[in-house]
Design a protein around this ligand. Structure first.
Ligand SMILES: Cc1ncc(COP(=O)(O)O)c(C=O)c1O
Length: 355
């Protein structure tokens, strides 16, 4: 029985992507070899890498605009350090919207001064800060576009005099935005893009080569760009799965269509959270994430009953993160509306029984 997968990441992928990826493990495109036994220097894999990077730029509307897409290992967590290594000369500005921003700030502090221009820590990160001043002389401003743990998401982006860079790990490819607002963005693949093991970084090339420090090759964006993300052996399976998912995004009608579907799914679920007398939403309404819907039970003593209700319906991955508690419904691109409808039904039946 296929389960309804609300996991935060690694998380749901389109079934056809999983089918194609598993076929390629047995044999890639009738070449008589598995994807995972061919050289990354083979023409087959080079073409996979090229198509993946081209599709990233196409889908984000960044073709011929001076951007490069690269694939790196080490997760989004390594990007907390790499961004600073490559871009932070003296000081950088950060907006602190929760756990992942805190980690990014910690790494950047190793390399220079960090100005925390704003933070939503005062309310356990349940909102996106709006009023702040970005220093003109900062090397860049770093934001986390979607806060996976706290369920908040930027709906518009800071108007900044300096380069805007963003961790988009949990909302990449989920909505139609103007990606050219950003000089750099990165995302671990394991939420809306593919399998764990690879991280996408998209960089406007003109922002590089400005720091005076000597950047080690494996941390240097330039080396990845120059080597087509193959200065060492790339995680071939993770890159291939990402390519399959990028093709799937295109086949669905691109970001415009996914944007519509994701908003519709999120609004259905938030409407139920607001209507249902047993639950309450965590994030400030105007900043609610369309990817991670966080809600809590009004009466915590009923948690075992509610857990039984959704688990009995083959729903998985709904437990909230320990820093918020309650429930987190991660409703990434591949989650079908039927899963949302089932969760809503569980919440309604639960209310009938316990209100
Ligand atoms: C917004 C965000 N940034 C960074 C990370 C860390 O990603 P990784 O595990 O790929 O290092 C996560 C993981 O959940 C995340 O949600």
């Amino acid at each position: 029985m296929k389960k309804h997968n609300f996991s935060a990441g690694p998380s749901i992928l389109p079934q056809e992507v999983i089918n194609q990826a598993s076929k390629a493990i047995i044999e890639l495109d009738k070449i008589g070899l598995s994807l995972i036994e061919i050289s990354h220097r083979s023409k087959e894999f080079i073409s996979i890498m090229e198509e993946a990077t081209e599709l990233v730029l196409k889908i984000t509307g960044l073709e011929n605009k001076g951007y490069k897409a690269i694939f790196v290992q080490g997760g989004a967590s390594l990007q907390f350090l790499m961004t600073a290594y490559n871009l932070l000369e003296k000081k950088a500005a950060y907006i602190n919207t929760g756990t992942w921003s805190v980690k990014a700030i910690k790494e950047a502090k190793i390399l220079g001064d960090v100005i925390e221009v704003s933070s939503s820590k005062d309310k356990n990160f349940n909102y996106i800060p709006k009023d702040y001043i970005i220093p003109n002389d900062a090397d860049y401003l770093h934001i986390t576009t979607n806060n996976t743990i706290f369920g908040t998401q930027y709906k518009s982006f800071p108007d900044t005099p300096v380069s805007l860079i963003a961790d988009m790990s949990s909302d990449i490819f989920s909505r139609k935005i103007d990606y050219s607002n950003f000089d750099l963005f990165y995302a671990g693949a394991q939420k809306n893009m593919g399998t764990a093991g690879v991280t996408l970084v998209v960089i406007k090339e003109s922002i590089l080569n400005k720091v005076t420090r000597n950047v080690p090759s494996m941390l240097n964006y330039k080396s990845y760009i120059n080597a087509g993300s193959m200065s060492n052996t790339p995680p071939v399976f993770a890159v291939y799965t990402t390519l399959l998912n990028l093709r799937w995004i295109e086949s669905q009608g691109g970001l415009e269509e996914l944007d519509k579907r994701n908003k519709n799914k999120a609004e259905l679920l938030y409407d139920e959270v607001d209507r249902n007398s047993c639950f309450s939403g965590f994030a400030a309404k105007e900043d609610r994430s369309y990817m991670n819907v966080i809600f809590t039970l009004i009466d915590d003593n009923l948690s075992t009953d509610f857990n039984n209700a959704w688990e009995d319906n083959y729903i998985v991955g709904l437990k909230g993160h320990r820093s918020v508690g309650g429930y987190r419904a991660s409703i990434y691109n591949a989650l079908p509306i039927e899963s949302i409808e089932l969760l809503i039904k569980c919440m309604q039946q639960f209310e009938e029984k316990f209100k």
